[in-house]
Design a protein around this ligand. Structure first.
Ligand code: CU
Length: 262
């Protein structure tokens, strides 16, 4: 009894020591993505032929979602494992088992961006009373067009060995305005901005030479960002950041409205 108590205490002590050690040797990257300039308001989709989709005025374009304060949703910051000098720790390279849901709701895909790992499953759900399809236009994984009748769901399984080089489009051929993307990376270092523009990536390696790739569905090439008032040059959407131990809060990162193509 006494011995097991001692072992338990020792194990707890060791695990808290290793947690502290991990926290000191890893970095968290944080920022808030804001559009510099007045972004156009989302417009209703024109020529909606499907009677179900056309109900209640029809869908509003979800390609570019900017709050009243200019905060940009669905902006992606992802660690570039090929260009980075810093390495992903081995324990974080293994994909956990997980299922992501891509819903069809009110004739739009939800969410707009799915962040997945190799071998994981994407369940395409149809909450609408009309048929949809999800056409996975992948570069490495199987290209597949999945027809999902009203109220049903179907699975798309990602290959356990394949990584996609960029955000891959998913479209619905029945409703041409419907668009989502899937990112498949061999690490958990991908963040999609929330409605308030916040990005956060945890457990990153520490040091100089971390390279991140930035992406948004409504942007072409992003050659420059403004980080807390300072111009930051990017090369082909790639951004080199030095990561210090603990919190790396870059503050407000502004994206020029001119690069947006709604
Ligand atoms: Cu559809």
């Amino acid at each position: 009894m006494k011995r097991s108590y001692l072992i338990t205490t020792l194990a707890m002590l060791l695990s808290s020591v290793s947690t502290i050690a991990l926290a000191q040797n890893t970095a968290t990257l944080k920022m808030k993505i804001v559009v510099d300039g007045k972004a156009p308001a989302p417009q209703p989709i024109a020529n909606v032929a499907d009677a179900f989709c056309a109900m209640n005025g029809g869908p509003i374009s979800d390609k570019l979602l900017v709050s009243e304060k200019g905060e940009l949703a669905n902006f992606v910051v992802m660690f570039d494992e090929e260009k980075s000098k810093l390495k992903v720790p081995a324990e974080l390279q293994k994909s956990p088992e997980a299922t992501h849901v891509l819903d069809n709701t009110k004739c739009l895909f939800v969410p707009k961006v799915i962040v997945a790992r190799p071998g994981q499953t994407i369940t395409v759900k149809n909450s609408d009373q009309t048929g949809h399809n999800a056409n996975f236009k992948m570069l490495k994984n199987e290209q597949k067009n999945i027809l999902v009748p009203a109220g049903q769901s179907k699975d798309y399984k990602l290959d356990p060995t394949l990584v996609e080089p960029a955000a891959m489009p998913i479209s619905c051929d029945i409703h041409p305005w419907m668009s989502a993307h899937v990112i498949v990376k061999p690490h958990p270092y991908v963040s999609v901005s929330a409605a308030d523009g916040t990005i956060e990536i945890k457990d990153l390696p520490v040091g100089d030479g971390a390279t991140f790739r930035v992406w948004h569905d409504a942007c072409g090439a992003i050659n420059e960002l403004n980080v807390n008032g300072k111009a930051q040059k990017l090369t082909r959407n790639r951004w080199d950041i030095e990561l210090k131990p603990g919190m790396n809060d870059l503050g407000v990162v502004k994206l020029d409205v001119k690069v947006l193509k709604p």
